[in-house]
Design a protein around this ligand. Structure first.
Ligand SMILES: Cc1cc2nc3c(=O)[nH]c(=O)nc-3n(C[C@H](O)[C@H](O)[C@H](O)COP(=O)(O)O)c2cc1C
Ligand code: SF4
Length: 611
């Protein structure tokens, strides 16, 4: 999915030597016991096998199939879908270098070359001793500190060419596996402009106590009055979502925190989960109370595995402080707990119905709707799926009240928005700014003097040209999930659009033809434009194809995938004009006229006329 196919030389599945078989069998039994032999926890079992053995062999699949009571096809289907699960052995150290637009502009190509030189292999290959696999991957949520790479589950950021020989030398001395290695300091604290959401200190449990002073219906009413809209991109009113979920019948009501954060350029949820987890976890517990639910699940993208330990510690301290578990804060009957579900490297799993499939251990393919998750979500129970930031907002609203929140921002977009800002600017980071801020004001804040365009809301959003820098970031104008990539005049807007198409091609789940085939055709079309080989006719065909993909695709990924093409064509026509070349063959003779002339010829004799 998100990664390039592996090269030959190491594709033989595990042959299953006797010793290996015994240890595999014991491990699979253990992993299955850890999830209570629940077949819907297949993804956890497969991830555990991957971590322990480096891949999920045919033998492992057979054991999992038998012990979880699934069909082999179901297990194969899941294992083959996710980028972080392998069917064949790879290097003990898996180096995944980010190729997001920001990473590439910050020099990822020369970092790749430095890795290739140090390892003696090319991108996509594994060293003969199976110690290292080197490959590109899509955005890993580090746009403020690119170039960045994942080495197994350790993130290395701000890479320079000079770092690479030292990193490889240090890794050569280690056996491999998942243990952290002190080769280079990892993720650093982001630059942060704390505003309405983040500036005030927050005490663990404050929002839960404030919620418990109200009835569940009154909590939903408070959220509704605040006019909070979902921060994941679509902007659906959160109060309404919670009300629908509460009203739906089910044996449980589930709260899911969507921490899949896969849109290239965004990293604000990473910062929230790192430094403001109490706001988010309080928000989830408030939602649990409002919905009358017992289970909360954080779907944490696989690239953020490094965060799971500190989140688990926070959950543990909450259990110890009676903020999770039975009778929360002494309230009889309020029983709620939260678990973490790790993702496995698939952008589509951020889409809420694919996320539910993934939570149930299946491949992340979108579901048909209706029924909506609020009615039939996780395990067919009513489920509210909320973005990380949405839940943090809900916690603040509980403490500060709906009027406070509704007094910030614009008429249709209340509160503040966390913007992940990266690219050509002096101060990349997270900006907690009231909705309504203009692009110009934002560029001043982040120190971007020469912006030639801003990619608002990532590849799924739009490229904003300088003529529109006076526009506001708000649902009623430029809406955004948070990704804000800035590019100065030296950058090629068409090439960035091509890179965005590359991303969608790799992340399409492949279920429907318009998206699976259409994104590839759009990418090829953009490659032609970038190479200066496209004509006006090609551009017209590209535009028509983009319209078809957006109209005919089954889910949001395919519907939004043509945006890089369509928005750059609309707002940067002069750049396309300068890139196109004249039609190769412009007919000067009309075929119809020529035929008319031929038909009019009068032959002198019947024999010559062919009569
Ligand atoms: C392809 C795709 C990827 C998405 N990725 C995310 C994501 O990473 N995080 C997120 O919160 N929402 C994501 N969404 C939106 C979710 O489907 C859903 O609208 C959101 O989680 C609802 O939460 P909210 O109402 O708080 O925004 C994605 C949607 C699509 C179509
Ligand atoms: S639009 Fe793309 S991602 Fe969505 S179902 Fe179709 S193929 Fe899958």
């Amino acid at each position: 999915m998100a990664e390039h196919a592996e090269q030959a030389g190491n594709s033989a599945p595990d042959a299953g030597a006797p010793v290996m078989t015994a240890s595999l069998d014991t491990s699979v039994r253990q992993f299955i016991a850890e999830v209570g032999a629940d077949p819907t926890r297949l993804l956890d079992v497969a991830l555990a096998v991957q971590k322990r053995f480096g891949f999920v062999s045919a033998e492992a699949i057979a054991l999992i199939t038998k012990r979880l009571g699934l069909h082999a096809v179901e297990v194969e289907d899941t294992v083959s879908f996710y980028a972080f699960l392998d069917r064949a052995p790879r290097g003990a150290f898996r180096i995944r270098l980010s190729k997001s637009p920001v990473s590439l502009m910050k020099g990822a190509a020369s970092i790749a070359a430095a890795f290739e030189a140090a390892l003696g292999i090319s991108m996509g290959e594994t060293t003969p001793d199976r110690k290292f696999t080197l490959q590109w991957t899509n955005d890993i949520g580090m746009a403020d500190q690119e170039p960045a790479a994942l080495i197994n589950s350790t993130v290395m950021t701000d890479l320079t060419e000079a770092d690479i020989p030292g990193i490889i030398a240090a890794l050569r001395k280690r056996p491999g596996g998942e243990d952290p290695f002190p080769v280079k300091p990892t993720v650093r604290q982001s630059h942060l402009l704390a505003g309405p959401l983040l500036a005030d200190p927050f005490t663990q449990g404050a929002a839960i106590r404030a919620a418990l002073a109200r009835s569940p219906d009154a909590v939903i009413e408070e959220i509704t009055r605040s006019r909070l809209r979902g921060r994941g991109g679509a902007g659906f009113p959160t109060g309404m979502k919670w009300r629908f979920t509460r009203k739906s019948a089910g044996s449980d009501h589930i709260v899911v925190c969507n921490a899949d954060e896969g849109e290239p350029g965004t990293f604000k949820d990473r910062v929230l989960l790192t430094d403001y987890a109490d706001l988010v976890l309080d928000g989830m517990t408030v939602a649990g109370y409002a919905l009358g639910g017992r289970q909360g699940i954080i779907y944490l993208r696989g690239e953020y595995t490094y965060l799971s330990e500190q989140l688990q510690a926070n959950l543990q301290s909450r259990r110890a402080n009676n903020l999770l578990g039975a009778g929360i804060c002494g309230q009889a009957g309020f029983d709620f707990d939260i678990r973490i579900q790790l993702g496995a490297g698939a952008y589509i799993c951020g889409e809420e119905s694919s996320l539910l499939e993934s939570l149930e251990g299946k491949r992340g393919a979108p579901r048909d709707r209706p029924p909506f998750p609020t009615e039939h979500g996780y395990l067919r129970q009513p489920t509210a799926i909320d973005n990380v930031e949405t839940l943090a907002c809900a916690a603040r609203i509980m403490v500060n009240g709906a009027d406070w929140f509704a007094g910030i921002g614009t008429k249709e977009s209340t509160g503040s928005k966390l913007l992940s800002v990266a690219g050509d600017c002096a101060r990349p980071g997270v900006y907690d700014v009231p909705f309504g801020i203009t692009i110009n004001e934002l560029l001043d804040l982040v120190g971007a003097q020469d912006a030639a365009f801003v990619q608002n809301s990532g590849p799924s959003g739009q490229a904003v040209a300088p003529k529109d820098f006076g526009r506001q970031i708000a649902y009623e104008d430029l809406s955004t999930g948070g990704s804000t990539m800035i590019f100065n005049a030296g950058r090629d807007v068409i090439d960035i659009a091509r890179q965005c198409m590359d991303f969608f091609v790799e992340e399409s789940c492949g279920w429907c033809t318009p998206c699976r085939v259409g994104t590839t055709l759009l990418k090829q079309g953009m490659e032609k434009v970038v190479a200066g080989r496209a004509t006006r006719t090609d551009l017209q065909a590209l535009e028509a194809m983009a319209g078809t993909v957006s109209r005919m695709s089954r889910c949001g990924l395919g519907q939004m995938a043509p945006n890089p093409v369509l928005t750059t064509m609309r707002d940067f026509p002069e750049v396309y004009e300068a890139r196109t070349r004249p039609e190769l063959f412009v007919p000067t003779v009309s075929l119809q006229d020529a035929l008319r002339e031929a038909a009019a010829i009068r032959y002198p004799t019947p024999a010559l006329a062919g009569a």
